[in-house]
Each structure stands twice: as structure tokens, then as C-alpha cells.
Design a protein. Sequence first.
Length: 210
Amino acid sequence: MPSVLSADFARLGDEIASVVPAGIRMVHLDVMDGHFVPNITIGPPVIAKLRKASKLVFDAHLMISEPAKYIEPFAKAGADHITFHIEVADDPREIIDRLHALGCSAGICLNPETPVEAIEAVAPLCDMVLVMTVHPGFGGQQFMPDAARKVIRVREIVGPDIRIEVDGGIDPQTVSKVVSYGADTLVAGNAIFGQSDRIAAIDAIRTAFA
């Protein structure tokens, strides 16, 4: 799944449209607030504009300090799936329930330094679990193998029916490893939008674990 963090923000609608011919069905929208992570990206108004221009599934990753306060604006803007971080969720069950009530699928995310045990109680309530294999906040970081291995434990907890997403340093060299651990949803930013031929870049990632 392409991550817009590495896309040209001046042409974001066109950038998203450029990956559709590769058979992409979902796009990862990186939402950063400058508090939880040291960067600021997009908010509900931008997603609302993109929603008018795209029929792709919008996977909004909220790297923000107060997810409970903002999930409704993001849902109303057109996000189909919303992931929030366990590190800043006082009541993750309540957030998950609210997301489902808003018609969104729900995801829980853990940073590289966060143990899997932190999400053990609520991960089975989610539709997807996101394992970060870099520190969130910036694109182009180096893949962290130790963080990726947490996918094995997450898969044991959630079973076969809940999706496991991996974000950070995903490219043709790392993709087979995370898939072997049990991941089935892969986020790639620089490996796609950092390449001149986005279709070929997506095909290279697919080929690496085919």
C-alpha cells in the first residue's frame, strides 16, 4: 500500500491517482501533529478534498497525541480505516467502539519500543494491527528487524482473520521477511513515491514475496 508521506504534497491528488493503474485498492494517509511525532502533515480538510478525487480505501494512520478527540472529524472527512497509537490511548476499547459506530474499521498501532503486551487485550477487537518498523514521524528511515519480529507474536494473539500491517522501511529487500512473520498488509512510502516509475516499484515489491 502506498504511503503519501513520500509523495509530492503539492500534487497529492495526482500522486494518489498515479498508483491506481497498479491495482492499488488502498492508500496510507500519514497524519502527524507535531506533538506525538516531530512532524506535521495533513488533517481532515485535506482528506475531505482527497475523498472527492479518489475511490480508494483511505487508511488514516493517526500519529497524534489525542486520537479520541479527532477520530470523528477524520471519519467524517472520508477515512475508511483509522489507526491510532496505543501509547496515547487512555481507553483504547472506547476508541475502537466509537470507530466502529462511525462506520470505520479500527486499527491499533505500536511503536518499535512498545511491547506487544501493550495491545494484547484490545488487538482482537480491531480490524487491523499496525506494527511500526521505524520510529514514526519521517519517511526514508532504515528498517528495524527487531521491531518486525513482533509480528510473529501479534499473529499469535489475533489469529488468522485480523490483518497485520507493517509500516517502515518496506521495500523489495525487506518485504519477504515481514510476510514470513505473518504480515499481510504492507505500507511503502519512499520505495514507491520515491521512484520515477511507481508502477514498476509496486510490481517489484509484489514480486519479492510472490
